[in-house]
Design a protein around this ligand. Sequence first.
Ligand code: FE2
Length: 344
Amino acid sequence: MMKLLSTLSIAVLLVACSGSGSQQQEKATESGELNVYSNRHYDADRILYEKFTEQTGVKINLVKAGADELISRLEIEGDKSPADVLITVDAMKLNRAKEKGLLQPVEAKTNNPPKFIEEENYWYAIAYRARVIAYDKEDVDVSELSTYEDLANEKWAGKILIRSSGSSYNQSLLSSIIHANGEEKAKEWAAGIVKNMARDPKGGDRDQIKAIASGVGEVAIVNTYYVGLLLNSENEEEVKAGQKVGIYFPNQEGRGGHINIGGIGVTKTAPNKENAIKFIEFLTNDENQKFYASNSFEYPVNQNVSPDSTIASWGEFKIDNLDYAKKTDLNEQAVRIFEEVGWN
Ligand code: FE2
């Protein structure tokens, strides 16, 4: 219902300014401005966008919303869309946009290894983050940790912290578990996690770590960059919370740890394809990948660039392959399972 409502409200918005779509597109082409649809929410992005404008003179107009909303918006706008690029924090969403015919393949010069470029060049990764286990260093013996699957074991009853199922990070993680173990096992896993939760899901990933620091729960599933942000925060309490936890990369004996890819694709009807490609090359170049590494604490995708020292101190890890992200219907299955097991 919510989805329908938001689609409707976009439709209404478009009707209200009907006729302006193609004018907007023409205007964008003439001025060379770049229209960016993004669901990333980091200061680092904003700073880099300003830098891009300084260096190239190309103004960036940013539309921020959830990935699903942005994809619906592109669908509704059709070939009159003013958007040049779509940026999401999840490869699955970019693949969905590709399947829906909303993106076009482009040749951009990057130092991304092949695994960080879509097979047919429909999108390029700009950064990634691992979804890891953060554990209370005082209360958890690291030898107790092994896999995501193991966290559903009753030995963790009352100890697990994780955000709500509405998060695309969790939907993506569960999709990878469905892909690895099948739907039934994945459902058992989700039910086990719900049973083991220290509290009903609330807040973002940082809040799960803060909860560990204040004695609620012992083990959290979080993205690495949030730990980096806590440890490098100006707020002393946040630094202390970050220092309370150790980082564990799960499933290292098996398929590897889950990652989320932030990536960018050029829209099919991009009014400024050339600038869009320049923008991809800009975001993935050595200098700006270093900037991402030390400001958003993500892993760089450019193979010439190393992660920030905080992140690097946790060591290297085996990454689960991204095959699950090509099966975009797994996301729907994941959402259904979350609902069925009552993961709020
Ligand atoms: Fe995030």
